[in-house]
Write a protein that binds this ligand. Structure first.
Ligand SMILES: [Zn+2]
Length: 259
């Protein structure tokens, strides 16, 4: 599943192509046709990301809300080479570029008020400069259950998926199974700071690379993380331990992340 860095990068790329432009909006697949017809010809005013949620703000005072879910993706064509594929839920296009949305878990037209209400249900996003660091650290300590589960709970923090939770917990030496209430204030602050650092780096890289590499772009996907889906910890060589936390497989180093 795409984690928050993918969505923030999309918001940036969509804005670079379409900000201030009048959009041709369509739904070749047909499942967004009524909404697309309503906002066809609107001007893109802004794009925004909060966690895994993307918002495309329009001059009609409405927002297109997209969640990619497990399989969703955007395809970019510059210039548009022809009609969109029949499975495209939403096409945002100008004469020079087309962005096609395929297989999202959510694609809907919201009022600005409804979009704000949705965001209020989400926890702080490490990729947002307006996130309150102290409130985020407190939310992590106050969450019920294990820290590995809290990190995947989008109402606690948003944008973190399974790769970031495994790698960030490893970076700060906290086992995913540890109860949130046992974390010290310093540990919670360090974890939040690490999420901010790691996720911002991933936006720049366009992928999640947590190992130290001279050439971050060319390192193979299977070797890019220290514990996530690794047999041995890339820091110390210990056998990586897997456990089910928050309904997903968590990976941690028993030596550097004692339970
Ligand atoms: Zn290790």
């Amino acid at each position: 599943m795409p984690e928050g860095h993918v969505v923030h990068r999309l918001a940036r790329e969509l804005a670079a192509d379409l900000d201030g432009r009048r959009l041709s909006v369509s739904s070749p697949q047909g499942r967004f046709t009524t909404e697309a017809e309503r906002v066809d010809g609107a001007v893109l005013r802004r794009t925004d990301a909060h966690g895994k949620h993307l918002f495309v703000g329009l001059s009609s005072d409405e927002e297109i809300h997209v969640h990619l879910g497990m399989r969703g993706k955007w395809l970019r064509f510059a210039p548009p080479t022809g009609p969109a594929l029949p499975q495209v839920r939403l096409r945002l296009a100008t004469e020079s570029v087309a962005w096609d949305l395929i297989a999202p878990s959510r694609c809907e037209l919201l009022t600005e008020e409804a979009a704000r209400a949705l965001v209020r249900e989400l926890g702080p996003d490490p990729l947002r400069s307006d996130a309150d660091d102290e409130a985020a650290a407190t939310a992590l300590r106050d969450a019920p259950g294990a820290i590995g589960a809290a990190l995947l709970d989008q109402s606690v923090v948003s944008g973190v998926g399974n790769v970031f939770r495994s790698e960030a917990l490893h970076a700060v030496g906290i086992a995913p199974t540890r109860p949130c209430r046992e974390l010290t204030t310093d540990e919670a602050r360090a974890l939040w700071a690490e999420l901010r650092r790691m996720m911002a780096q991933a936006v720049e890289d366009g992928r999640i690379v947590t190992v130290d590499a001279a050439d971050r772009a060319s390192i193979p996907e299977a070797e890019a993380r220290k514990v996530y889906k690794q047999e041995h910890c890339r820091d110390c060589g210990s056998a990586v331990v897997t456990s089910t936390v928050g309904g997903r497989t968590a990976y941690h180093c028993p030596r550097e992340q004692p339970g």
